[in-house]
Write a protein that binds this ligand. Structure first.
Ligand code: ATP
Ligand code: MG
Length: 385
């Protein structure tokens, strides 16, 4: 895609051949350089550049076969087929999921080999998204249980006793009972770390590779249901000190899983994600959001941190959606960044610290995000937008 840049009043406007105004997708410096050199702007590898300049490096692209060339195999296929599939599976990782290729491959391998997988990592780093994408990629029967939201683990995992006039008292088994009896099913146990300890007790035998059964009752000799061949469990958990509402998970339960840790995205990956989700949003503002998030994360991890929490990728996606809907960075920060940080301590508060951080990126509330030609003259250390 190409666009021609013209000056309209004080604005540098970039239009594609069908007249669509794409100015807010193209960095002002790129538009200006294109106009000054009489060249067009061109969309290459996910970025707008001046036509003819070197193509930007691509991130997160497949080096593997195209998804349609990868033949899906079931866990009971021969060793050679399964191994080949595992090593080709990077091609099945959706572009929208930013996750280390090796970790994705390990995720696929663990699911193919019937391991119990626990996705760990800070809030909003894509644990649930990765688990859901894996299920989609493998095209296996899938079942989803949010254990963090479950008040009654016994009813969710085993079932309920009901009464009707016709049948008297009868037992209605849960969806989970059906799930574990479905061959090759992938069962998501979302937010396992927030689950009620009773849920953990019920799951102990189910997850033990040497037992693999669900006991319908605590009584000795109570009926049990066997977990069908090929069933894999994927749990998600926030494990770490900063997650106060998360219960300390039982060590024996944790031991029943292999762990895959989701990494926090770095600044560039974060910007890639935001651009991918909102390509038509004001890109310099999205860049600023990724930088601000990164600074909060660095600060939180520093030796004497001034922040006890940071902006998650989930929060960045939400802020980007506001920017896409025309909110300025200042406005988006007001409603979607500052509320995450405490006001306690007045001028020394975490919120004040973050406000100072954000303000460096906001030239001034009136002009921020607008395509002002010549806004380079703005004073101070502000980011030129
Ligand atoms: N690595 C990533 N790749 C793609 N999108 C991501 C990634 N990390 C976060 N996101 C975005 O952030 C949102 C939250 O991700 P997700 O729900 O998977 O987080 P989580 O790690 O499960 O968080 P929590 O611990 O709060 O359950 C997603 O909707 C997605 O838009
Ligand atoms: Mg989650």
């Amino acid at each position: 895609m190409k666009a021609v840049v013209t000056q309209e009043g004080r604005f540098l406007v970039a239009r594609t051949s069908n007249g669509t105004d794409v100015s807010n997708q193209i960095d002002r410096n790129v538009r200006r350089a294109a106009m000054e050199t009489g060249k067009e702007c061109e969309y290459v590898n996910g970025e707008w550049i001046v036509s003819g300049s070197p193509a930007p490096v691509m991130h997160n692209r497949y080096t593997q076969p195209e998804p349609e060339q990868i033949e899906l195999v079931t866990p009971d296929a021969g060793h050679k087929e399964v191994t080949e599939f595992i090593h080709n599976s990077v091609g099945l990782k959706p572009e929208s999921l930013l996750m280390n290729d090796l970790k994705w491959k390990y995720l696929v391998r663990s699911a193919m080999r019937g391991r119990n997988i626990m996705m760990t990592g800070p809030a909003g780093t894509g644990k649930t998204v990765a688990a859901k994408e894996l299920v989609k990629a493998l095209e296996r029967p899938d079942f989803y249980f949010n254990l963090g939201a479950t008040q009654d683990p016994r009813a969710t995992l085993i079932g309920n006793t009901h009464f009707s006039k016709e049948d008297g008292t009868y037992f209605a088994e849960s969806l989970f009972v059906k799930a574990i009896q479905t061959e090759n099913a992938v069962i998501l146990l979302d937010e396992l770390s927030r689950a009620h300890p009773e849920a953990w007790n019920i799951l102990m035998t189910v997850l033990d590779l040497n037992q693999r059964y669900l006991r319908l009752d605590e009584k000795d000799g109570a009926p049990t249901i066997k977990v069908a061949p090929g069933v894999s469990f994927i749990a998600t958990a926030n494990i770490g000190n900063e997650y106060t509402s998360t219960r300390i998970m039982d060590r024996a339960l944790q031991d029943r899983f292999i762990t895959i840790e989701m990494d926090q995205l770095d600044e560039n990956m974060e910007f890639e994600l935001l651009k991918m989700k909102y390509p038509a949003a004001h890109l310099p503002s999205l860049k600023a959001v990724s930088e601000i998030a990164n600074l909060t994360r660095k600060e939180m991890k520093s030796a004497s941190p001034k922040l006890s929490s940071c902006l998650s990728t989930r929060a960045c996606v939400e802020i980007a959606s506001l920017i896409y809907d025309g909110f300025s960075l200042t406005e988006a920060a007001e409603v979607a960044i500052y509320p995450f940080f405490s006001e306690d301590g007045g001028v020394d508060s975490e919120r004040t610290y973050v406000k100072q951080l954000v303000q460096k990126y906001c030239v001034n509330p009136e002009t921020e995000g607008e395509d002002l030609f010549g806004a380079d003259d703005v004073a101070g250390d502000a980011m030129p937008f």
